[in-house]
Write a protein that binds this ligand. Structure first.
Ligand SMILES: CC(C)(COP(=O)(O)OP(=O)(O)OC[C@H]1O[C@@H](n2cnc3c(N)ncnc32)[C@H](O)[C@@H]1OP(=O)(O)O)[C@@H](O)C(=O)NCCC(=O)NCCS
Length: 157
């Protein structure tokens, strides 16, 4: 497998159905790392809004008409204590299984970060499960470093 013929473009309304399916693939990929995720009816994103929101960019990587990668960045207000007023928040990072390990996520990240930079954003954040080794590896290769650690307590088990 290689990335010949790759087109990276902004997602449009015609991509809605494919994106809803790919959202489920992201959820399935994360299921092993988050046991309380609902078996059915789990949704992460408001995809219609992601497509139309002017303060965000949702892109797809397409090879020969098939969507093989997704990614999204939104410009958000930062906490008042921080030097930067805004930051880019990245989500919906997905690469089709047969195209993994080829640096496709890097192409997606580069596009989204460049788009943010053009809007004056210098700081970017994303959430990843610590045990999602290929995701953590992909983000570290791009330059991301671990920061906040989410801790949780479950009183039922
Ligand atoms: C996370 C993800 C987007 C990374 O995309 P990618 O284009 O494969 O990223 P990279 O090519 O930079 O590879 C990252 C790492 O994945 C691992 N990897 C390599 N080949 C792989 C393969 N065939 N299958 C799975 N993982 C592989 C390697 O550790 C690689 O690092 P290395 O190149 O230094 O060995 C992709 O794995 C994915 O879609 N996973 C499922 C959804 C998900 O977990 N999204 C992240 C939510 S935070």
């Amino acid at each position: 497998m290689n990335l010949n013929g790759l087109i990276v473009r902004e997602a449009g309304n015609d991509d809605y159905r494919s994106l809803v399916e790919l959202e489920q693939k992201v959820i399935d990929a994360e299921r092993p790392f988050n046991v309380p995720l609902k078996e059915k009816g789990a949704y992460y994103y408001d995809i219609e809004k992601l497509i139309s929101d002017l303060d965000s960019r949702l892109i797809v990587g397409e090879i020969r008409g098939d969507i093989v990668a997704t990614g999204y960045v939104q410009v958000r207000r930062s906490k008042p204590a921080l030097e930067h007023d805004n930051h880019g928040y990245l989500v919906f990072m997905y690469v089709a299984e047969e195209y993994r390990g080829l640096g496709l996520n890097k192409v997606v990240l580069q596009d989204l970060v460049s788009w943010g930079q053009q809007r004056g954003v210098t700081d970017f954040y994303l959430d990843a499960y610590a045990e999602n080794a290929s995701a953590v590896r992909a983000y570290e290769k791009f330059g991301f470093r671990g920061s906040l650690l989410e801790m949780k307590l479950n009183l039922e088990s």
